[in-house]
Design a protein around this ligand. Structure first.
Ligand code: GRG
Length: 293
């Protein structure tokens, strides 16, 4: 199956799963329900769930068993986007081709919808069927670490503080690897854990995830300059307007593209021992490099 078809199929599965676990439309308090459903359903590339399913496959497991974890990660990713778009953060108007959550509802509703998606995601992981208790615990710790002060939140704080500042490469890579890379790395590790991957396989998945995570954010920085907003579903030029530290701002577009290409090649090499079972992850790494949205 082509990577584009795999992403489309993953989207359908995640959508159906989220329909089951999210509060039903119309449920009280309706603004919260509406905002959670508005942001989580019908949107995004669903790359992180695809990475989770593909990682399970890469160590010889049944990807279907990792679907609850994949969907929970997408809930967390959605929360991070809702909060990232808030006026106190990036203050964005469009996301996934529609108004951001706080523009469509209210700021307070958007904050609570993000909080609700984050907390419910841990419930979904804790209740995931067909995954041993010890693995569910390991996964929840893995995800909590990736999203906490040593991961996504730490990276976001550093990113906000770097606005308008001159920063060096280590500081930029701290931001990228924490704000974006940590969750991407956790996606593949968790897929590997669900499928019973051994330590060596989990190490290889970590390396793959680190490389793809950094490559993903460099491409995101490039797309913020070059992409068509109709394809990305969000405005371009936001980084420049906010004087953000990015790869292209520090090193130019050509170097940034080259660096992303190297990272994706390194990600592929990390899977050398996986044989054909790693093909799906290899395809997703190429998608990350070549994406236009
Ligand atoms: C707790 C108040 C509070 C705020 C937290 C968590 C957070 C703020 C920010 C997260 C950082 C963030 C949004 C990083 C950007 C990562 C990124 C490039 C996201 C876009 O991912 P895509 O392109 O999006 O996969 P789709 O829409 O396709 O899912």
């Amino acid at each position: 199956m082509e990577t584009a078809d795999f992403l489309a199929e993953t989207s359908r599965k995640v959508e159906a799963f989220l329909e089951q676990v999210l509060p039903r439309a119309g449920r009280y308090p309706q603004s919260l329900t509406d905002a959670m459903r508005y942001s989580a359903l019908d949107g995004g590339k669903r790359l992180r769930p695809a990475l989770t399913l593909a990682a399970a496959e890469s160590v010889g497991g049944d990807p279907e068993r990792s679907l609850p974890i994949a969907a929970a990660i997408e809930m967390i990713h959605t929360y991070s986007l809702i909060h990232d778009d808030l006026p106190a953060m990036d203050d964005d108007t469009y996301r996934r081709g529609k108004l951001t959550c706080h523009r469509r509802f209210t700021e307070a509703t958007a904050i609570l919808a993000g909080d609700a998606l984050l907390t419910q995601a841990f419930q979904v992981m804790g209740e995931a069927e067909g995954i041993a208790e010890v693995d569910r615990l390991a996964i929840m710790v893995e995800i909590a670490r990736a999203c906490g002060p040593a991961g996504l939140i730490g990276g976001q704080m550093a990113d906000l503080e770097a606005e308008g500042q001159e920063i060096d490469l280590p500081a930029l890579e701290y931001i990228h690897t924490h704000k974006t890379g940590a969750l991407i790395q956790a996606c593949v590790r968790c897929g590997g854990i669900v499928a019973g991957g051994n330590n060596r396989q989990l190490e290889a998945l970590s390396t793959y995830g680190r490389r793809v995570g950094l490559g993903f954010q460099i491409i995101d920085d490039i797309l913020d300059i070059e992409a068509n907003p109709e394809e990305t579903g969000k405005e371009t030029g936001r980084d420049h307007r906010r004087n953000k530290a990015t790869y292209p701002a520090l090193f130019g577009l050509d170097f940034s593209r080259q660096r992303a290409r190297e990272l994706i090649e390194e990600a592929g090499r990390a899977l050398d021992d996986f044989g054909p079972d790693g093909d799906r992850l290899r395809g997703l790494a190429r998608f990350v490099e070549q994406r236009n949205r």
